[in-house]
Design a binder for this molecule. Structure first.
Ligand SMILES: *Cc1c(COP(=O)(O)O)cnc(C)c1O
Length: 464
């Protein structure tokens, strides 16, 4: 028996451990403390080498165990999901929760914590549709005949596919056979949506005649997918949207577009002249178009569908919707986000935090970075340099688009770049940075004033 295993023989009784924890967590029922203790003891017994047991005597071990149980239970009660600061320069960072939400919008949630008219029509007191809270806004903003919202864009794509092609074939170009974030692979999504994938063309070229030849009595519709997180460059070809819509409609088939990260703003605002705006896609006459609520729209997680009334209604009547519908909080957040767009491009791109970060003026960013350094204690100012850099949109939106940026480079002798990155990530409020040429860099684009103060305090602590 090795040393660790011998140490494990000194585990006190479970009741003694419960008593030890109960003094710290007086409002927790002893039953749950016991569950926690048993599960932690299991983990320690199964992988003793992961814990510093081998050099401990009995008393040290028992102290360590109680501290360990206290710490792990405190982590559970504090909740693992917490605020983080995004200095990575990737604005719609999926790992960090995509679009930051405007706090004025988030505060509106307080109004609806209790009961709401979620599914009641206030005029006649009869049953209403939860989608009625969003569809009028989607219609006006996108120019489409109708709109619908679900949990996320992956759900929107499933709902559209199941509505047009359950048991039928859906045509998709091999150039658009995408995988996003590892878990959204179109062939799988087609399968679980009940459709048969009808692949056509090649990775780099798909012609109009490929679509024409694929249409048969088995066809349910045509899917077009925006290749969000990659771009095929060079010898490529795909038909114009307009031609595809005409072809579909000649055969009475719906044409559906997964836009991924649709923008209601003209995309030149983000420095892109090749990406279409949602309203332009709507004008092409597609039957259904879907996009995410928390990508370039700048709202909360949701999937939005706009398009022809006939097809949006079919989606709304699909029983699958019951499993994909939004709750009242998400509806409220989306409503407020969409209403913000009524103020016009200039105002909305300042008011929605994600859009403000994406469209921030480069000169202003440089000024802000310089001021950031000036406000640090003098002794650590020399660790910082303001350098030219590039930010990214993130979330697979606009893969080739770079946001010309300025970043703070940290040159510090005290810690290596990877150690400093880890210390920042493990701070009370985690700060996420990136490493470039072996230096930590911080991009202030997606940082608000309060967060700037937090970063300054954290950096001062770590570098002093
Ligand atoms: C992001 C994306 C999705 C998935 O959207 P979620 O809102 O993350 O579910 C699907 N299709 C495309 C083209 C995308 O870019």
């Amino acid at each position: 028996m090795n040393q660790s295993n011998q140490t494990l023989r000194n585990i006190p009784s479970v009741n003694a451990l419960i008593d030890a924890l109960q003094s710290r967590f007086s409002d927790v029922d002893a039953f749950y403390l016991k569950q926690h203790i048993l599960s932690e003891l299991d983990a320690v017994r199964q992988n003793p080498e992961d814990y510093p047991l081998s050099r401990m005597d009995k008393a040290e071990f028992q102290d360590w165990l109680i501290t360990h149980l206290n710490r792990t239970f405190r982590q559970l009660t504090e909740g693992s999901l917490k605020k983080a600061i995004n200095a990575t320069g990737v604005i719609l960072h999926t790992g960090l929760g995509r679009a930051p939400l405007n706090s004025r919008i988030a505060e509106k949630l307080h109004q609806i914590t209790r009961y709401t008219n979620l599914e009641i029509n206030l005029n006649d007191g009869k049953r209403g549709e939860r989608n009625d809270h969003l569809s009028p806004l989607l219609r006006i903003l996108s120019g489409a005949e109708d709109g619908l919202a679900v949990n996320n864009n992956a759900a929107a794509v499933m709902l559209m596919l199941n509505t047009i092609g359950n048991g039928k074939e859906v045509i998709l170009s091999r150039g658009e056979m995408i995988e996003i974030g590892g878990s959204f692979r179109l062939p799988e999504v087609m399968r679980i949506s009940g459709c048969k994938l009808k692949e056509i063309g090649t990775t780099n070229k798909t012609h109009m005649r490929d679509y024409e030849q694929a249409i048969s009595a088995e066809t349910g519709g045509i899917l077009i997918c925006h290749p969000s997180n990659y771009e095929i460059q060079g010898f490529t070809q795909s038909p114009q949207l307009e031609e595809l819509v005409r072809l579909g409609h000649e055969h009475n088939l719906p044409v559906v577009y997964d836009l991924g990260s649709g923008s209601l703003l003209s995309t030149q605002r983000f420095g892109s002249d090749s990406e279409p705006q949602i309203q332009q896609i709507v004008d092409q006459g597609l039957d259904l178009i879907s996009f995410s609520g928390d990508k370039l729209l700048g709202g909360a997680q949701a999937g939005l569908i706009v398009g022809k009334q006939k097809w949006v209604q079919k989606c709304a009547e699909n029983h699958l919707l019951r499993a994909l519908r939004l709750d009242k909080f998400m509806i409220k957040l989306l409503q407020e986000t969409l209403v913000c767009y009524f103020k016009g491009e200039d105002k909305v791109s300042q008011e929605l935090d994600a859009l403000a970060a994406l469209t921030m003026d480069r000169k202003a960013l440089k000024e802000r970075s310089l001021n950031f350094v000036r406000r640090l204690p003098e002794e650590i100012q020399s660790c910082f340099q303001v350098v030219e850099s590039t930010g990214k949109v993130g979330s697979g939106a606009y893969p080739t688009l770079r946001l010309p940026s300025f970043a703070l480079r940290v040159q510090c002798k005290k810690h290596t770049a990877s150690k400093l990155a880890r210390l920042l990530r493990n701070a009370e409020i985690p700060v996420f940075t990136y490493i470039e040429n072996d230096f930590i860099q911080l991009d202030l684009r997606a940082i608000d004033a309060e967060e700037e103060t937090i970063i300054q305090a954290t950096l001062t602590d770590l570098l002093k």
